[in-house]
Ligand binder design. Sequence first.
Ligand SMILES: [Fe+2]
Ligand SMILES: [Fe+2]
Length: 334
Amino acid sequence: MYAQMIKTDSDRVKDLSEMSPEDRAFQERIDRGEKIEPKEYMPEGYRKTLIRQIGQHAHSEIVGQLPEGNWITRAPTLERKAILLAKVQDEAGHGLYLYCAAETLGVSRDELIGLLHSGKMKYSSIFNYPTLTWADIGAVGWLVDGAAIMNQVPLQRTSFGPYSRAMVRICKEESFHQRQGYDIMIKMAQGTPEQKAMAQDALNRFWYPSLMMFGPSDKESVHSAQSMAWKIKINTNDELRQKFVDQTVPQAKYLGLTVPDEHLVWNEEKQGHDFSEPDWTEFFEVLAGNGPCNKERLAARVKAWDDGAWFHDGLTVYAKKAETRRARQPLAAE
Ligand SMILES: [Fe+2]
Ligand SMILES: [Fe+2]
């Protein structure tokens, strides 16, 4: 998989002089900072890359409800329950805006969901890790939504109009998600020694999977270079990971928790932290379907879809009947 992403001489980003006139005009629009709208010309590669990226993003929002949904009934107070419920519901909304954005590119929601269910399309590998304790819900909000914000804020400036507009609302909600997670961490870290230990344990388990959320270093990736030229991607994975570490380390300190990295140190010269890379073998294993919860997550989504089949069928029949009724009605007199 990774090998396919390595840049080769024959497989590189074209420059303007090598492009067809349509593609050149398209690239020039992007370079001027214009937004591309659904009915306008776009190269097939741009359309396909966006369908993959927006589709995976939508799937991640939907599958991402599972590890937290798991805790709604077990949240420690009614207030925490209501907050978590609202957060998980927001994620469903994010999934829906994104499926709609993908649909403007000529792919149906059913097709995308079919690809997810058959394992042909991925979602973020972070959601294949279990949430074992209430502190994990804190760590997920703080770190996972935190990493998501880091990724998504620049995407508000992405070149495809519907994706960029969906990101504006999503980012607002994500900051609420991150705060609710950090708030849980504060309570736990300031609680009993057992609660503080739970908070530390959650940080230990979610730290490296959160760093993996930015993807492997993209220096050698031709996909990344092309996506950046198209402004589908604005920053490199390494830039975003660095920003995330620099933002999160002081927050961990404030909690009185230790980031599980003995090589973590402030580097005065680069004005950022030096830190250990996550275990990329683990990342590719999880991506390949062998993480702790991959099978469980996919099975839950497929079951939800199958259990809701009667409802989709009912809606489809109702929509057809309504259409026939409309077609039979005489047009209103002018
Ligand atoms: Fe979200
Ligand atoms: Fe979120």
